[in-house]
Design a binder for this molecule. Structure first.
Ligand SMILES: [Mg+2]
Length: 183
């Protein structure tokens, strides 16, 4: 057996999704992010898996994205939160991509590099592609947060056969993960 992990989308899940986040000054954490990640980080390895099509579309550069991630990680570190690795897909949506969500490839990469047990791991995000990424990788549960695009996505999921876990925000997602699945 391996180590359990939490895979988190970035924009709309940890920070405000202001369109395409290409400037560190745009990094605006949701108020619940720090505490939720601290709690999750006590029991799980944490990873970010992010689609950054703004690079492929030419809205900002790879270097801009790294500066945003550095700012993000610095602020998280001040709150005692550490991510093992940030996986990003820089391609535009129509371009071929090895790891762009809903591809599960980055979760497989993390499994192989960090010895993870995906069946005991979780994916948390605000878009359908996040949920699908987790399902495609065989995680224990994909959780939709209503922050970012989540509330909008939830409405489109009504009537879908597959059961989707939906929570208000990352605080509730952490509660759901740490209390185990409801019976
Ligand atoms: Mg998102």
């Amino acid at each position: 057996m391996g180590t359990p992990a939490i895979f988190l989308d970035r924009d709309g899940t940890l920070i405000e999704d202001v369109g395409h986040v290409g400037d560190p000054a745009q990094v605006a954490f949701f108020p619940e992010t720090f505490d939720a990640l601290r709690r999750l980080g006590g029991q799980f390895l944490l990873f970010i898996v992010t689609n950054q099509s703004g690079i492929g579309r030419g809205y900002y550069t790879l270097e801009d994205m790294h500066r945003v991630n550095e700012r993000l990680c610095a602020e998280l570190a001040e709150h005692g939160v550490r991510f093992e690795k940030i996986y990003f897909a820089p391609e535009a949506p129509e371009e071929p991509s090895r790891g762009r969500k809903p591809s599960p490839q980055f979760l497989f990469d993390a499994r192989d590099e960090f010895g993870l047990d995906l069946s005991q791991s979780y994916m948390i995000g605000d878009k359908l592609a996040d949920l699908e990424c987790g399902w495609n990788a065989g995680v224990r549960q994909s959780i939709l947060v209503r922050t970012g695009y989540g509330a909008e996505v939830e409405r489109t999921l009504t009537g879908k056969l597959r059961h989707v876990e939906v929570v208000d925000d990352l605080h509730s997602a952490a509660g759901r993960v740490l209390s185990g699945p409801e019976t």
